[in-house]
Design a protein around this ligand. Structure first.
Ligand SMILES: Nc1ncnc2c1ncn2[C@@H]1O[C@H](COP(=O)(O)OP(=O)(O)O)[C@@H](O)[C@H]1O
Ligand SMILES: O=P(O)(O)OC[C@H]1O[C@](O)(COP(=O)(O)O)[C@@H](O)[C@@H]1O
Length: 311
């Protein structure tokens, strides 16, 4: 079973505008609204791929009904710990003329010690050997930066496989829990290790140094420059696939969806990586924080040529 854990979900509002002018009254052309947050986006794409997952995490009581209806309409299975307050609203600004994509993410609700323990107990009850747990996104207020370490250790004790995608302090601390698979973007990778050059081989070599921490596979995404995938067996690079960008939000999450779905289906590293790049590219070509269609993913899958990196 695949479980996605999103401690800090978000209502994502994607605003389409020609050019954003700072300090002026701006008028958008149109906007889209989606239930989001990293693990939730992962579950959306797993569903499109034909897989099954369960959405876990915290959710603000005050605006939970809109959020859960969105997930029900997508036929996603969920089991949130409801907490006091509102789930945050994150703003994604797409400047169509300037081709600039800006995210304005909020902090989110405040978690109590009791909420935290309810989630930990739920994870303890659900986790079985070989289950796949995706832990992703920022942490809400009220939990310490090492919250992911606590979760990763608990899940690994149960024999589950942990895929981890976070940034900042949550990423630095989380690494101490020895997650199995990491999906940093290039900036997140640079925040945890030194990278003197930004070419695929140098990125692969540096990413491999994370194997000392017990990590077994690392997928480093580099926006339109593509991605690098290193595992114990192989190191691969894919160029970015040219695409008309509708929204970059959720591109990284789509890669995580492909990794977890691919693992659950026993795909090999090359198949997983191709699927990850196809899902991410198809997401970028999709508006708002909506999942891409299966047809779009299959269309991009045909365009991906992997390059083997000789280490
Ligand atoms: N402008 C773009 N053009 C083509 N592909 C893109 C573009 N932006 C992102 N992607 C695809 O999505 C993947 C993830 O994007 P990235 O921005 O690196 O991740 P994150 O959302 O985690 O920051 C990239 O590796 C690439 O395959
Ligand atoms: O938890 P964080 O780091 O604030 O990120 C949350 C945001 O990331 C997203 O999950 C998109 O993530 P990616 O673009 O990295 O795939 C949005 O849905 C959400 O608003």
């Amino acid at each position: 079973m695949i479980y996605t854990v999103t401690p800090n979900p978000a209502i994502d509002i994607t605003i389409y505008i020609d050019t954003l002018e700072r300090g002026k009254v701006n008028r958008s052309r149109y906007f889209l609204i989606d239930a989001g947050g990293k693990g939730i986006n992962v579950s959306k794409v797993i569903k499109i791929l034909g897989g099954k997952s369960k959405v876990l995490g915290f959710l603000g009581k005050e605006n939970s009904s809109w959020f859960t209806k969105y997930l029900q309409d997508m036929k996603l299975d969920f089991d949130f710990v409801l907490v006091e307050g509102f789930t945050r609203t994150n703003i994604k600004i797409v400047e169509e003329k300037d081709k600039a994509y800006t995210d304005l993410n909020q902090n989110g609700f405040e978690i109590t010690e009791k909420d935290k323990n309810v989630l930990l107990d739920k994870l303890k009850t659900l986790a079985n050997p070989n289950d796949i747990f995706v832990l992703s996104g920022s942490l809400p207020s009220g939990v310490k930066a090492d919250f992911y370490v606590e979760i990763i250790r608990l899940l690994k004790r149960k024999g589950a496989v942990v895929i981890f995608d976070a940034d900042g302090a949550a990423l630095k601390y989380g690494l101490e829990g020895n997650p199995d698979i990491l999906k940093p973007n290039i900036n997140e990778l640079q925040s945890v290790l030194t990278l003197n050059e930004e070419n695929p081989l140098a990125i692969a070599r540096s990413a491999k140094s994370l194997f000392q921490k017990g990590v077994k596979k690392v997928l480093v995404s580099m926006g339109d420059k593509g991605a690098v995938f290193v595992t114990e067996q192989i190191s691969l690079y894919s160029k970015g696939i040219p695409v008309e960008v509708k929204s970059t939000a959720g591109a990284g999450d789509s890669m995580v969806a492909a990794i977890s779905y691919g693992l659950s289906k026993g795909m090999n590293d090359e198949e997983i990586f191709k699927l990850a790049v196809a899902c991410a590219t198809a997401k970028v070509a999709t508006e708002g924080v909506k999942p891409p269609t299966k047809k779009e993913i299959e269309r991009f899958l045909k365009k991906i040529k992997l390059e083997r990196l000789v280490m």
